[in-house]
Design a protein around this ligand. Sequence first.
Ligand code: FAD
Length: 376
Amino acid sequence: MGAATAYHLLAYHPRLAVGVVERDPSYRHSSTVLSDGNVRIQFNLEENIRMSQYAMSALDDFGDRMTVGGWRPEPSPRKQGNLFLTDAGGQAAAEQGLAKQRALGCEVEWLERGEIAERFPAYAGANYLGGTFGPDDGSVDPNAVLLGYVRRSRADGAVFIHATATAVSAKRGKVLGVELDDGRSLSAPIVVNAAGAWCAELARTIGVDLPVEPVMRTVYTMDTEVDAVGLPSVFLPSGLYVIPEHGRRFVCGWSQPDDPVTFDFTFNRERFFDLFWPELGRQLPVFEALHLAGGWTGLYEVNRLDENGIIGEWPEVAGFFLANGFSGHGFQQCHAVGRHLAELILGRVPSLDLLRLSPQRVLDHQPVYENTGRII
Ligand SMILES: Cc1cc2nc3c(=O)[nH]c(=O)nc-3n(C[C@H](O)[C@H](O)[C@H](O)COP(=O)(O)OP(=O)(O)OC[C@H]3O[C@@H](n4cnc5c(N)ncnc54)[C@H](O)[C@@H]3O)c2cc1C
């Protein structure tokens, strides 16, 4: 979010002074590099659909736009499609989403259970009615996107500062800058909080209370007996999802209500055997036999108000902008959010109407939900 915002600011205003404070330039714990890289059109909220449409077009020529010298990032979009399976409880939301997506020009189809079994025999199962299939959804390499924005914005003039921002400073309802752990103070009339799972800590330093928590999310890699080639990613009605990688390898993840709120990155192997595998085998019998190859743990920055991004200026502190709380779908939104923040900061007319996702809704306690009722 930070690097994408820097890129868009400088694309609009090449002489602007832009600094990006990053405490760990290896990005080891950043949610972006620990994400699954899934990009999907299949949302229920118009704002999220439009952000994904923009992401897909931005990714088409991303490599060209981000080339610096002889270096060209390769986000390698893989449009294997996403298949969202639906049971009776989820059908109304699925239909509503499908209608909205189609009205916005997206190609998404409804497949009956029999059609799914015919087209994707590996995903034949008894416990769903059918599913929505978005052929344009797919996976993108998060490292390439992150490095693309970092290197391009740096080449365009952004200064990357290796330090921890310990506090934002503000006076009489106006932001003044940022305090760093090396003793420096940066003065700036605009500060963007793009601190991911750590955003609430930083906002608290000027008394801004964000409803965002760091939530542990473990992803598992599985070697199976199923050929991954040609299969879409599949999302079960429970929210558990499986992404085909290569050969017979798949990745799976599942948000749970009791996922720990923590900054701990420990890999929880037992949870796969206790929870994930039984659900997977029950729903899709081809996964009854598999080998857990490994996995990793990252943090979701969960917005407890409504699980959607909080995007824009905090109404009570002029100059304090937020790109926070994306709750599992922030990687794909960095293009649209970076552009949107740059437009707001520079006083341009926003390309997308994201007003409903602005921070005002936090102060008003007005959630704007996706319709699925669960975090993916
Ligand atoms: C396991 C997992 C799977 C996911 N899968 C997907 C997916 O398939 N599709 C999707 O769209 N999204 C996915 N997400 C969500 C997505 O990764 C995030 O929403 C998104 O990457 C957030 O980007 P960000 O820039 O806000 O945060 P980050 O990438 O975490 O960046 C924040 C940066 O701020 C730095 N920082 C924090 N505090 C400070 C400070 N005080 N001073 C200096 N630097 C600081 C951190 O070091 C970090 O580099 C997934 C997330 C996880 C954990």
